[in-house]
Design a binder for this molecule. Structure first.
Ligand SMILES: Cc1cc2nc3c(=O)[nH]c(=O)nc-3n(C[C@H](O)[C@H](O)[C@H](O)COP(=O)(O)OP(=O)(O)OC[C@H]3O[C@@H](n4cnc5c(N)ncnc54)[C@H](O)[C@@H]3O)c2cc1C
Length: 412
C-alpha cells in the first residue's frame, strides 16, 4: 500500500495516477492544501491569488476533463509596479523607459557599464551582474528582499528558476519601441469558482474512501515501514510525502541542520469592498517600497468581472519573525492601501486572512545539495518526497501535477 501524506494537489495527483493500492492521510478537514478557495459574502478568494499558465497541454486537458470551458476565464495579464507613485509595467527591467528621465538614465548607464567579470554566484550578485546597479537597487533587490524576507546574498543564483523574467540588453532596448507583450506568459486561466475547482477536477480521479481527513502523521519509522497518526498505526510499502521536507525529517526522526532549511511566510489578507476601486486594469501590482507593508496586491475584480473591489494583499515575514496582532496589521494594510491610492472611498465589507507558512522556500546552494543527498537516502527506505514543499522548490501547481504523475509512472 502506498501511504500518501497530504491531500494537496501533489498528493491527489499522485493518488490519481498510481497503479498501487493507496491511502491519503490529510491533517486538515478539507482537501486542497494551499489551493483552497474561500467563499464569503459573495466574494471568491484563494489562500492567495492562484493563476495558471499551463506549459504542458496534456496537463491542461487533464484538468479540463471535468471543467466546462464556460467555468474557466482566460485572462489577459496586465501587471504593473507601483514605483514612487508612478505605475511602471512589469517586468521593471524591460520597462525602465517608463521611469522619470534621470532614473531612466541611471538604469541605462548602469546596464551598459556593468564591470567585466562581475561575480554572479548568489542571487543578489546575479542581479547586479545582469542588470547593473540601477535596475538592481531600484526594484529587483528591494522587491525580492521584501518578498523573501532575507538577504538575497543567501539565495542561490537560480533561486527562482524559470519564474525569473530574464532579459538581455538588446531585449530591453528593443522593448522601448516594440513592447514584447506586457510580460512573459501573456494570458492565464482562472476558474470562476476559484483554485479549488482545479483541485476538485484532479480529485475526481481519486477514490474518496481512500482519503482520510483530519488525520495527521505524527511519526514514521522508515525501518519497519510504519507510520503513526493521531488515530492509527499504519503499515506501508511506499511512503509518498508532500509535507515540507524539514517536517518529514522531523517525523522520521532524521537529524538535519536547521540553518540549511529556511523560508519566508506570507500573511494574506483577502479584502472585499462595497464598490469598485479606481484600479481597473491590473490583475496584480508589485510594491517594492518599504513604506508600504505589502509587497503585492491582487485585484480579483479585474480577473473575474464584478462590481465590487476584491483584493488579496500579501505581506512577507522571515520564518521566525512574529507576525503580530492581525487587527493592527489589517488597519495598517487599509491605511497603506489608501496612501497607495488603491482604496479611496470604498468600505470594507468582508475580510479573510491566512498565514502561508512556509510560502517561498529559500533555495540556497547548501539546501540544494543537502536536499539531494537526504532525498536519495529516504528513497532507499521507500520514502519519496514531492510537491512544492516536499521537494523544497519554487514551482507551480502544474509542476506539482507533473512531478506526481512522473513519480507514479516511475514506481509503476
Ligand atoms: C503566495 C503563493 C502564491 C502562489 N501562486 C500560485 C499561482 O498563481 N499559480 C500556481 O500554479 N501556483 C501558485 N502557488 C504554488 C501552489 O500553491 C503550490 O505549488 C501548491 O499548492 C503545492 O501543493 P502541494 O500539494 O505540493 O502542497 P500543499 O498544498 O502544502 O499540501 C500539503 C498537504 O499536506 C498536509 N499536511 C501537512 N502536514 C501533515 C501531516 N503531518 N499529516 C497529514 N497531512 C499533513 C497539509 O494540510 C496540506 O494539505 C503559490 C504559492 C504561494 C505560497
Amino acid at each position: 500500500m502506498d501511504l500518501i501524506i497530504g491531500a494537496g494537489i501533489s498528493g491527489l495527483s499522485y493518488a490519481a495516477a498510481t497503479s498501487h493500492d493507496y491511502l491519503i492521510v490529510e491533517a486538515e478537514e478539507q482537501i486542497g492544501g494551499y489551493c483552497k478557495t474561500i467563499y464569503k459574502d459573495g466574494f471568491v478568494w484563494d489562500y492567495s491569488g492562484h493563476f495558471f499558465h499551463f506549459q504542458h497541454p496534456e496537463l491542461r486537458d487533464y484538468v479540463m476533463q471535468h471543467i466546462s470551458p464556460n467555468e474557466m476565464f482566460t485572462v489577459q495579464k496586465h501587471t504593473q509596479i507601483l514605483y514612487k507613485d508612478r505605475h511602471v509595467d512589469f517586468p521593471f527591467q524591460m520597462n525602465i523607459h517608463q521611469l522619470e528621465q534621470q532614473e531612466f538614465i541611471d538604469c541605462l548607464y548602469d546596464l551598459f557599464t556593468i564591470p567585466e567579470g562581475a561575480p554572479s554566484d548568489t542571487f543578489k550578485q546575479m542581479l547586479y551582474a545582469k542588470f547593473g546597479r540601477g535596475i538592481a537597487e531600484k526594484f529587483l533587490i528591494p522587491y525580492n528582499t521584501k518578498l523573501y524576507a532575507t538577504d538575497l546574498d543567501r539565495l542561490d543564483v537560480d533561486a527562482m528558476g524559470r519564474f525569473f523574467p530574464y532579459a538581455d540588453r538588446e531585449q530591453i532596448v528593443r522593448n522601448f519601441r516594440h513592447p514584447e507583450g506586457k510580460s512573459y506568459n501573456a494570458t492565464f486561466l482562472y476558474p470562476k469558482q476559484g483554485c479549488i475547482r482545479i483541485v476538485n477536477s484532479v480529485a475526481s480521479h481519486v477514490d474518496k474512501d481512500r482519503v482520510s481527513l483530519g488525520e495527521r502523521i505524527l511519526f514514521v519509522d522508515p525501518v519497519s515501514h510504519t507510520a503513526v497518526t493521531n488515530r492509527h498505526t499504519l503499515h506501508y510499502d511506499r511512503l509518498v510525502s508532500t509535507i515540507p521536507l524539514p517536517k518529514l525529517f522531523d517525523v522520521c526522526n532524521q537529524p538535519y541542520d536547521k540553518e540549511v532549511y529556511t523560508w519566508n511566510k506570507v500573511l494574506v489578507f483577502n479584502l472585499g469592498f462595497d464598490a469598485k476601486g479606481p484600479e481597473r486594469t491590473n490583475c496584480w501590482m508589485y510594491i517594492p517600497e518599504n513604506k508600504y507593508l505589502f509587497y503585492r496586491v491582487g485585484f480579483y475584480d479585474n480577473i473575474i468581472p464584478q462590481d465590487r473591489m476584491s483584493l488579496y494583499v500579501e505581506i512577507g515575514f522571515a520564518k521566525d519573525q512574529p507576525v503580530g496582532d492581525i487587527d493592527t496589521l489589517l488597519q495598517r494594510t487599509l491605511d497603506d492601501l489608501h496612501i497607495a491610492g488603491i482604496v479611496t472611498d470604498q468600505h470594507l465589507v468582508a475580510e479573510h486572512h491566512v498565514i502561508m507558512d512556509p510560502a517561498y522556500v529559500h533555495i540556497t546552494r547548501r539546501s540544494e545539495a543537502d536536499k539531494e543527498a537526504k532525498m536519495q537516502l529516504l528513497e532507499q527506505s521507500d520514502i519519496y518526497s514531492i510537491g512544492r514543499y516536499g521537494a523544497w522548490k519554487y514551482c507551480s501547481l502544474e509542476d506539482n501535477m507533473h512531478d506526481a504523475f512522473t513519480l507514479a509512472e516511475r514506481l509503476k
